[in-house]
Design a binder for this molecule. Sequence first.
Ligand code: SF4
Length: 323
Amino acid sequence: MLNQSKRVYRQIDSIKEINHDQSKILKISIIQIGKYNQIFNSSYVKRSLYYNFYSWYNDLLNVLKNMYKVSIKMIDLKHIKLVDENTVDQEYLKFSNSNKKLDKITEWLDVRKSDIKTFNITPVKSCPFAHDCQKIFKCYAIIQEEYRKDFKKQNKYNFDLLRKYHHSIDKMTDLIDSSLPKAKVIRIHSSGDYFNENYLKSWIKVSQLKHNLNTIFYSYTTSIPYWINNLDEINSLQNFKLIASLGTNGYDDKIKENNLQFSKVVYSENEANKLGLKIDVNERHAISQNKPFALKIHGTQPKGHNSYKIKRLNLVRSDLSLV
Ligand code: SF4
């Protein structure tokens, strides 16, 4: 679909039936597929004759339909997508904008916040090898889902849609690629994990499509066995990166054996120092380096939970160790 977008974009200049303003709006629309609120609210559109959103939207629909046999699908209240007329009924995955933590990537990488997107699925159910994050500290995604119903709903929607095709790498690859927003950094799974090997392979395939080679794809994972099965391929990729989360059920020793970059959740700086690990505060270690590092446990741990007390008192766990 991205090639389709580019093709349409290139040909806009040759459309005789529309004027300069319309042409510019079309380009903006196509560049910013998935964000019609932004398109409408951008100063250019507001200044233009097409201030009325419905006029603009209807004209856009007509031009695309008549000239290029493509249409626009409303995915939900926030997202639109350019689609072939005959796939207008197709369903798409939903990506989210950056968040406070991911915004920090802009401190050291030459990207804007709007270049960073994240993709999420239901936590725990999609994490076949997770252990510590369910037994020792409370999974951050679960905490988020508890007070953000929209987040939970979107995660479930994505997870259910992917599971329809879980046997087919090609189908999941198509689904992910056709749903990808324009982005320079994609954080896969702030919530959820690679629920089967086909799914991991699908993301690898998506990242290696020619039109995605300038996008960085990265994720933390506890699905270590799937990673190890595809170790050589993953090691050879320039724009696809995995970081092992320690605390994986029965596979922590494999992380060391296979020399996988890992992150260890610590309760305090004191703990990170004891382990000789630097704390990653802006995803720099995750995206651009290959050494193990520490992540400080989220401050949203439930009161009364052991980890909450240790964090507050800046204590060091007695059984603290690396793999
Ligand atoms: S792997 Fe991530 S999403 Fe899954 S249970 Fe652990 S912290 Fe939660």
